[in-house]
Write a protein that binds this ligand. Sequence first.
Ligand code: SF4
Length: 327
Amino acid sequence: MSPPLLQVNDLKKHFPVKTGLFGRKSEWVYAVDGVSFEIARGETLSLVGESGCGKSTVGRAILRLFDVTSGQVILDGQRIDDAHPSTMRQMRQRMQVVFQDPFSSLNPRMRVRDILAEPIRNFGLAKSAADLETRVTALMDTVRLPREALNRRPHEFSGGQRQRIGIARALAAEPELIVCDEAVSALDVSVKAQIVNLLQDLQREFGLALLFISHDLAIVEHMTHRVAVMYLGKIVEVAPRREIFAAPRHPYTKALLSAVPLPEPGAQRNPIILGGDVPSPINPPSGCRFHTRCPYVFDRCRTEEPQLRSAGGEQWVACHLDALPAG
Ligand code: SF4
């Protein structure tokens, strides 16, 4: 078996915050607290969970948008988390990002031509001015935008078209991995589907690996190979798409999936309503972090943290229950 393209080992990112009256107290936000996973070449792994669970922080840590607290991020056998800036520059070419909001991630003063030319120039990919022009026009074809639009600025496009420009900009660097951070969340339902289809086509065409960060399980269901579910800074379940949607095992995954609409008209899942709010990542619960909301909680859950263990095949679950609830 070939080695994974991306390996994340026991990744932690803790942020200092000031709390209390007049901000006199210093505390830590345990945004990501021991996360491990791998992504193969050409694979899509979806990282899902509620807002604030730490999934976007994982994406940003992989891209080294900040230094991690501890753990390792390894791209194609090379450490990123402690890489020298000169090495990091080469690594950045190999992993790109598409953000949620193309309004704020595209410079409104630049024409599309310059937005796409910038990464090609930065990474020295074009052999000549003619090659640069060929690459820029080919990118427009690839993301199915008209070439005439190269001279327009971002505000002249719809949200979906702007996201296509964001994808083209990511592709301009010829990456092997793209982190899609809630990349379709702000789009209308029909546009979402078009962008997801485009990403799938590009993945097939270029052999791209995708880390698809999303809170929208209905979208994930149609486009991912595997799913990793996060809760309060930890992965609680990871499994191939078919297994996790057919038979989620972790009580939190079961609750999340129970809210996903079924495709058949009129069909409904039995909704599982969780009690209480998501606890603060400043002071996460002891033991299993889900124990304050779990319908199956028992004594051990309050004191001992469950580790990911195999629930059969490639399905891994962090839960103390001996007989994990199926389906
Ligand atoms: Fe629920 Fe306990 Fe399993 Fe956590 S370890 S999910 S609290 S049963």
